[in-house]
Design a protein around this ligand. Structure first.
Ligand code: URA
Length: 236
């Protein structure tokens, strides 16, 4: 692989900055200064140092973010802040994007990655990945409303798939759904004459929210978390 590709895949800098750093003699491969950005390197075994920092090659990154309110699930937006604004530039240069959408005012667990295949598989309707959300409502949810929602309600001509609700109080609880239609939970509650006043995602497949992360904080997935997610997506 070319040195500049290896370094830009890792998000250390743009291609032009990498070329400039090479010309300036601030990039070494196995201890020797390398002035040409198109030099071939073995990304697995060569020791590449960029401006004093050893660079470990990795094509894909996987982050768990505790999404705060007010951020749009996108990489850019005309006027609102986006979830990728919460991450260091290194990840943005690696092409990281949110795996699925949460509404602007929904908080909680969000997976971000630059692994298009994994993201696509996790979001594919046939994968039936379970997503759990803690909701707060304007009014108590009656037993009839719980039954109706669990069986499937009509949201604009689409009947939702069976789901599960655990009430923690008359007007709040956790709902587990296996699909992801636009504003799904808000519209399910509206279908029974109620209104969502707060919504937080607490799990996405095997991935559970990390209580040590404050809103707006993130961390990389552990190897175990990634292994489980890949298995759910039928990837080895
Ligand atoms: N359902 C909603 O209504 N909003 C979300 O953000 C996620 C699920």
């Amino acid at each position: 692989m070319r040195l500049d590709k290896m370094l830009s895949d890792c998000g250390v800098a743009s291609r032009s900055e990498i070329a400039e750093a090479c010309r300036a003699g601030t990039v070494t491969v196995n201890g020797a200064v390398v002035k040409r950005a198109d030099t071939r390197v073995n990304e697995e075994t060569d020791e590449v140092v960029y401006r004093g920092q050893t660079v470990r090659y990795r094509r894909f990154v996987y982050l768990l973010l505790n999404k705060p309110e007010g951020y749009v699930s996108a990489t850019e937006d005309g006027h609102d802040p986006v979830v990728t604004d919460l991450l260091p530039a290194e990840y943005r240069r690696m092409g990281i994007f949110p795996c699925g959408r949460l509404d602007k005012y929904t908080t909680g667990l969000m997976l971000l990655t630059n692994d298009g295949e994994l993201s696509h598989r996790l979001l594919a309707p046939k994968s039936h990945v379970t997503k759990r959300y803690r909701f707060g409502l304007e009014a108590p949810l009656t037993a009839e409303a719980v039954c109706a929602i669990e069986a499937g309600v009509n949201i604009g001509g689409y009947v939702t798939k069976p789901c599960k609700i655990e009430l923690e109080a008359p007007d709040r609880g956790v709902i587990a759904i296996t699909e992801g239609k636009y504003h799904q939970i808000k519209r399910m509650m509206e279908a029974v004459g109620n209104r969502v006043v707060s919504l937080e995602r607490v799990s996405f497949g095997s991935l559970a929210s990390d209580v040590s992360l404050a809103r707006g904080e993130w961390r990389e997935l552990t190897p175990e978390e990634l292994f489980r997610l890949r298995s759910e997506a039928n990837l080895k």
